[in-house]
Design a protein around this ligand. Structure first.
Ligand SMILES: [Zn+2]
Length: 153
């Protein structure tokens, strides 16, 4: 059993969003899946991976990785924030995101240091953007971290 509950959050929390994306990322790296970048796409952070090339179980654990990242730090996950991940699991004919959460949590916990470093770096990059730094593609679409930067963490 996982010690992790869904939660209804009132407002956007940048640090939570970053640990969520870091969670997806450490799962991908754990399974040797290439992460080409972490980007903001239409104002939403996204880990860029090729879902089609993953084996089904890895894919579902990867998709639960965001919720697992949040659970690892906050003991809960933002129900609305994982709606897109749950939708993708459904599209790939998986079950409930909670079915994959305990596997994802184990991997996330084993990569605690990498998770924190990734999340901090993402938060820093994202904040720089909101402070008005000029990013290619504008504030709604831009790269937070490239593969070369992710590989160094
Ligand atoms: Zn997610």
């Amino acid at each position: 059993m996982t010690n992790c509950r869904p939660s209804q959050l009132e407002e956007f929390n940048l640090n939570r969003a970053c640990i969520h994306e870091a969670g997806h990322t450490v799962i991908a790296l754990h399974f040797g899946v290439e992460v080409s970048s972490i980007e903001v796409v239409r104002s939403k952070p996204t880990v860029m991976v090729d879902l089609e090339r993953m084996n089904p179980q890895v894919r579902f654990i990867f998709l639960a990785g965001g919720a697992a990242g949040e659970c690892h730090r906050y003991k809960n996950y933002d129900q609305q924030g994982v709606a897109g991940d749950q939708q993708k699991i459904k599209e790939w004919l998986g079950g409930s995101i909670t079915d994959y959460l305990s596997d994802a949590l184990k991997i996330v916990a084993a990569n605690d240091d990498r998770l924190n470093k990734l999340s901090e770096k993402l938060a820093w990059k994202w904040q720089c953007n909101s402070l008005g730094e000029a990013f290619e593609g504008g504030p709604e679409n831009h790269v937070l971290l490239w593969k070369s930067e992710i590989d160094l963490i």
